[in-house]
Design a protein around this ligand. Structure first.
Ligand SMILES: [Zn+2]
Length: 469
């Protein structure tokens, strides 16, 4: 069944392109079901009523037989899998080419408008949920509410507010001011400011608190990223957040920072690169989520030439992946919930093109099987959405967030990223209209710099592969 046929079939149900919602049930038949739990694929029917999957397999066929009004959809030769969950997206960065764009070229109104367009792009590429750890101008909360209240169309979204940093800064080093707010960051001084900012973020509706536990200073690059908070400060953040049941995520690029953060009570470790055995033991002991977020590095390392990225930068990222791959594999095997985050929102990771890509990195560089990588991007992804047992797997009782793929992702995860193979995206029981044409977007004045080179779209990579670039 072609994409358009699938959409027509869906349209035929109620004339709006939406799947039956509450009034009528839908039976997806003969599909290869990849349920997201890591279990081997099996051929089965899925019964969807309202916004949920109500039965799978023989139970679905039996219950469907007694339903007076039922739409059947034959998905022979297709795979059905849970929608992708990206545990690390910067949805308000608008494919930024570097810090200069985020610090000096963005305006709040235009950033919100472009984000509204970009979240739909993500949804149409098969992303049904994501975590945005920090946004510019604190826009994440409003973006989430706009999605939740039907103002705009987008995946399920959970957000952090401004990333907490000390005056030592994070990834931008000396570009950061000593206090106040800059782009996606709040520079906090001492305990009182930390507690006040955590409470402010909780008040406005942040689902997570994001902390830049490590940061890089250009004049001390040889030491790697430095821990920029004291142990007492890290504990203060966790206590203030946990008092309200809000979890804490930390950007950590060193073994020491991972151990300190976990001891302080962090619930999610972002990057987690350069982990040692003691840090891995701490990960297992504390049960925190691990989000390596390697797609950014992998894209620059593998495709950087296509966008004329500096060889030195490509080499730094190659080392980060190579030196961390074995520990991440061990972490997965030890039962650490490892999630797929793609760092989408930069020019090397534009929205809509790469949300499948972390699965490919997990398979190719970390040695996971495709089914394990899919689990990281689906079942484990539900943990960051704080929707464990509600989304992420194709099981009775879960919300119907699913993809129809013309191919077998259990053999090759990259098929999910091929736009002509992604035939259907369902979010909460509704088909998303993949045919809708967005207006052509043209460059806006005073909006972009080009530190990383051109925007690394899939088209550029494909053209480069075919020698056309
Ligand atoms: Zn990030």
């Amino acid at each position: 069944m072609s994409q358009s046929l699938l959409m027509q079939s869906a349209r035929a149900i109620d004339g709006t392109g939406r799947a039956p919602y509450a009034a009528q049930a839908l039976l997806l038949q003969n599909a290869r079901v990849i349920d997201g739990t890591g279990r081997a694929p099996f051929e089965a029917s899925l019964l969807i009523e309202g916004d949920s999957i109500v039965a799978v397999g023989a139970d679905a066929d039996a219950r469907a037989a007694s339903l007076p009004q039922l739409q059947r959809m034959d998905l022979s030769g297709r795979s059905v899998m849970p929608g992708l969950i990206d545990a690390h997206v910067h949805s308000t960065f608008d494919d930024a080419a570097g810090h200069d764009e985020l610090f000096y070229h963005r305006r709040p109104g235009m950033a919100a408008i472009t984000a509204a367009r970009n979240v739909r792009k993500m949804l149409c590429s098969g992303l049904t949920g994501f975590f945005d750890p920090d946004s510019i101008f604190d826009l994440g909360v409003d973006l989430k509410e706009a999605i939740n209240h039907g103002v705009i169309e987008g995946p399920r979204m959970v957000v952090g507010g401004y990333a907490l940093m000390t005056s030592v800064g994070g990834a931008a080093g000396r570009l950061m001011p000593d206090h106040g707010t800059m782009a996606y960051a709040r520079l906090v001084r001492g305990k009182d400011e930390l507690v006040a900012e955590v409470r402010r973020q909780i008040k406005i509706g942040c689902d997570w608190i994001k902390v830049h536990v490590t940061g890089s200073l250009s004049h001390r690059r040889g030491e790697g990223e430095l821990v920029t908070f004291s142990m007492e400060e890290l504990r203060t953040i966790c206590d203030a957040a946990h008092d309200f049941g809000v979890p804490v995520a930390g950007h950590c690029r060193s073994a020491k920072s991972i151990i300190m953060s976990l001891e302080a009570g962090f619930d999610q470790i972002i990057h987690g690169t350069f982990m040692d055995d003691a840090a891995l033991d701490a990960m297992v002991k504390h049960g925190a989520l691990l989000v390596p977020a390697l797609t950014f590095q992998a894209n620059l390392m593998e495709f950087g030439d296509a966008i004329h990225a500096s060889p030195g930068l490509q080499e730094i990222f190659r080392k980060e992946i190579e030196q961390s791959a074995e520990m991440f594999n061990k972490a997965y095997k030890a039962g650490v919930p490892m999630l797929c985050g793609t760092e989408s929102g930069f020019s090397v990771t534009p929205y809509g093109d790469w949300h499948y890509r972390e699965m490919e990195v997990f398979v190719r560089h970390l040695g996971l099987t495709p089914l394990e990588a899919i689990r990281c991007c689906t079942e484990y992804g539900s943990h960051v959405l704080r929707m464990k047992d509600k989304v992420g797997t194709l099981q009775a009782g879960r919300l119907a967030d699913l993809l129809v793929v013309n191919g077998d992702p259990s053999k090759d995860v990259t098929v999910v990223g091929q736009k002509d193979k992604l035939e259907g995206v369902m979010l909460g029981g509704r088909w998303i209209d993949l045919q809708r044409q967005e207006p052509e977007r043209r460059p806006m004045p005073e909006w972009r710099c080009h530190d990383f080179g051109e925007i690394l779209t899939k088209d550029i990579v494909n053209a480069a592969r075919q020698g056309k670039h």
